[in-house]
Ligand binder design. Structure first.
Ligand code: ATP
Ligand code: MG
Length: 762
């Protein structure tokens, strides 16, 4: 059989067309589960198999590392089934991994050293706090997290501190520029990049060194991007740059699944593709192969309520299957119990294995109750996201040792472990070293050494610092010649980290030791996978780039739990989407927002969640839910209401008052608005609503501190007659001088003296 026939034998005509169209710009726009990712895989296999392009002449960008690995795996499989052999490594990766690969080669041009470190968001926050202290900026008035998200947004727009400075007028912006500038200096000194830098520096590199760009433009004759609807501006620019020479760019996506605007994703990138490339060919895939017909139709009905979309057809030849199960429960505990019980009884009837079940929720905080219920029933589960493995204290400590062993300039790593395990180096000493480093423009490591030479500290302290420096120098040397696993054993031993944990017999320490063993396993596995290439630097890179979903080990037999955001691209036979209540999903912020776009993004999230299910889908909600210790009564989510009733099998638990019993009747609508039976007055609900329900990650700018008795407190929603609705973002002063800073929906911040401002709570 010839290659093309082989590669396309399991594809429908539209998919086949997409696989065969190789030259010129191509947009594949299609609904969930229509085989977009599958098309990319087969397209790449086809090109390599036919010899149209060498395997390293095609760049394929995926949304997660896991997706990249899966795709690579499939391509190898297809090619080996055909008897073809892949000669070189494939370029299938996320944007971030791609950029790391480029930067390792060329970053010296930007005046960094090639072994640069990568900071995750908590390292980044520490760095920002450090900078703020040096600049004497008050963390209360200007929370570090705000700067973090502002700097990140600027970088995602491709803006340097100078670029941001030019475009900013407001006070907060000026402060941001100040912090951003100092932050950049510190990062350079630490020879480290944050996640956004990986993209931005690559962009800078390509802009400043056209010959480097040209080399990659020539090399990648074909470029493909999956999940294009969730690219941000800088990713867009990178794609444009790389594809501009050959113009063989194929992007696939679904505007209905754009759910990362809070992280800078711009839905316009996909909506405007045909404007960017006037000669673009557009292929629509309209058949869903993933889900039962009831699920496809239910999800389609929901997403139809969005205005910002292209009208698409999505049909399926699959059986109708079960109706969509909608379940009302009394509270979140009952909801959790219902989910656990359902899984248990289905398992008892032999339906699938635990791996086939997934539970999705809107915010991480919802997982705790669900976990409790699953544990009670002895159902194995794993949590994707939440406190991630690599964010655990002992893991971060150990990684910091590893980082400092190859990059002594990494001050954040140094600060983290200089006194861990305890070496008697106190906070004041560390601060002094830091000041001294700033003063002499040295890294803290160099400064510590110099301080010892110059006897800045008393003999006792000097001795302790010396011992730390000697330890690190010893590790730095060992890092050069030892194999990765051996080196890790040396680090565990010589730092006495493990010994310290062993001495402490608490169960907590035991758990930490187990986690370190797990890290050891991870390294062993890495070595096994990579062989000769498994250097310390490549390991740290991999650690930095794994994201939530990548840690998903499909082998392990357990129920998967994750936020809806992480579920994109995945599929499971049985799916539960929980917490479908107004002010939770859609979130309070979006439900109240005057901006219809916010609700539309939540609706896309609902669409993503529903379309992950292959055979059965449950949507559950609780009539009462505790949030920050307060009882909240929220109506069922509008998204449930948007599903045609004939696709729904509605049940309420026996214990609960049969509030929705007349679900099918005409009084359905009025019930939805909330009846007195719920026992909440609207002012109760308003009060409850001011508590932030949202994922902190989604809205790093808002933190609820439940502040005292002042009329307005942080996090509260207010209305101003001129500026509209906003959120109180900081408060200061008392009595007559009580002032609030409010961030309005267009992101402008205004400060008011409460006495004079006509602010009201909403
Ligand atoms: P999403 O929008 O969720 O990312 P997608 O459009 O990328 O979905 P895929 O994940 O590629 O869709 O495919 C969904 C499911 O349908 C997969 O299990 C895939 O193997 C299957 N599938 C796709 N095309 C076909 C086909 N022509 N015949 C049979 N199964 C198919
Ligand atoms: Mg896909």
């Amino acid at each position: 059989m010839d290659v093309l026939d082989f590669v396309t034998k399991n594809l429908n005509p539209a998919q086949k067309d997409a696989v065969e169209t190789l030259e010129g710009p191509l947009l594949i726009l299609a609904g969930a589960g229509s085989g977009k990712t599958r098309v990319l895989t087969h397209r790449m296999a086809n090109m390599i198999g036919q010899g149209v392009a060498a395997s390293d002449e095609i760049l394929c960008v995926t949304f997660t590392n896991k997706a990249a690995k899966e795709m690579e795996h499939r391509i190898y499989k297809i090619l080996s089934d055909m008897g073809a052999v892949v000669q070189t490594q494939l370029w299938i990766s996320t944007f971030h991994s791609f950029c790391v690969r480029v930067l390792r080669q060329h970053i010296t041009l930007l005046d960094y050293k090639p072994f640069f470190g990568i900071y995750d968001s908590s390292d980044q926050l520490s760095q920002i706090k450090k900078v703020m202290t040096a600049l004497d900026i008050n963390d209360k008035m200007y929370p570090a997290k705000n700067f973090q998200s502002r700097i990140s947004s600027a970088k995602m727009m491709g803006l340097s501190p100078e670029g941001l400075e030019k475009s900013s007028k407001r006070l907060m912006d000026q402060k941001t520029v100040e912090v951003y500038k100092a932050y950049e200096r510190e990062m350079k000194k630490a020879n480290s990049l944050d996640f956004d830098d990986l993209l931005l520096k690559t962009y800078d590199l390509f802009r400043m060194y056209p010959d480097v760009l040209q080399m990659y433009q020539k090399k990648f004759r074909y470029i493909m991007v999956d999940e294009y609807q969730d690219t941000n501006h800088i990713q867009y620019l990178l794609v444009q740059m790389l594809a501009s020479a050959h113009r063989n760019l194929c992007v696939v996506g679904d505007e209905d699944q754009s759910i990362y605007s809070w992280r800078g994703a711009d839905i316009k990138n996909i909506l405007d593709f045909e404007k960017d490339f006037r000669d673009a060919k557009v292929i629509k895939l309209e058949e869903n192969y993933r889900s039962s017909a009831n699920i496809v139709n239910g999800a389609t009905a929901v997403i139809k309520n969005n205005s910002q979309r292209k009208d698409k057809t999505l049909f399926t030849s699959n059986d109708p299957g079960d109706l969509i199960h909608v379940r009302e429960e009394k509270n979140e505990y009952e909801e959790g119990r219902f989910v656990a019980k359902t899984i248990q009884s289905m398992m008892n009837e032999g339906e699938g294995s635990y791996n086939d079940y997934a539970i999705f929720y809107r915010t991480n905080a919802q997982s705790r109750v669900l976990e409790e219920q699953l544990r009670t029933m002895g159902i194995p589960y794993r949590l994707v996201g939440g406190v991630r493995f690599y964010e655990r204290m002992e893991i971060k400590d150990m990684i910091s040792y590893l980082k400092l062993s190859i990059n002594p300039a990494d001050d954040i790593a140094l600060k983290r472990i200089i006194n861990v395990p305890a070496r008697g180096i106190g906070k004041t000493t560390i601060e002094k070293i830091e000041e001294y480093a700033a003063h002499k423009n040295l890294s803290m490591f160099e400064a510590a050494e110099k301080a010892c030479e110059e006897r800045l500290f008393n003999a006792g302290t000097t001795g302790k610092i010396r011992r730390f420096i000697d330890l690190m120098k010893d590790l730095q040397q060992n890092a050069q010649h030892l194999k990765l696993l051996e080196f890790f054993a040396v680090v565990l031993d010589r730092t006495e980290y493990l010994a310290a944990l062993k001495k402490d017999e608490s169960p907590e320490s035991q758990a930490r030791i187990e986690n370190l063993e797990e890290l050891d396993n991870a390294i062993a596995q890495f070595v096994q996978e990579r062989g000769e290439e498994s250097t310390l630097i490549s390991f740290l890179e991999e650690m930095a780039l794994v994201n939530d979903v990548d840690s998903l080990d499909q082998e392990q037999n357990s129920v998967t739990m994750m936020t809806l955001h992480i579920s994109k691209g995945l599929e499971y036979p049985y799916v539960f989407v929980v917490g479908l209540e107004e002010n939770l999903f859609p979130s309070a912020r979006s439900a109240e927002s005057d901006n219809e776009q916010d609700v539309e993004e939540e609706r896309r999230l609902a669409y993503v969640g529903m379309t992950r299910a292959r055979q059965k889908l449950w949507l559950t909600y609780a009539k009462m839910r505790r949030v920050w210790g307060q009882e909240q009564f929220n109506p069922p989510s509008r998204f449930i209401k948007e599903i045609p009733q004939n696709l729904i099998d509605f049940k309420t638990s026996a214990e609960a008052p049969r509030f929705m019993a007349r679900y099918g009747s005409s009084s359905y609508d009025s019930d939805f608005g909330g009846t007195p039976k719920w026992g909440a007055t609207s002012s109760d609900r308003n009060r409850a609503r001011t508590q932030s329900y949202d994922d902190a990650q989604d809205f790093p700018d808002y933190e609820n501190d439940g502040a005292g008795s002042a009329p307005f407190s942080k996090g509260m929603r207010v209305r101003h007659p001129t500026f509209g609705v906003g959120t109180v973002y900081a408060t200061e002063g008392t009595g007559e001088n009580f002032k609030v800073s409010v961030m309005f929906t267009d992101n402008t911040v205004k400060k008011f003296v409460v006495k004079y401002a006509r602010l009201e709570r909403v």
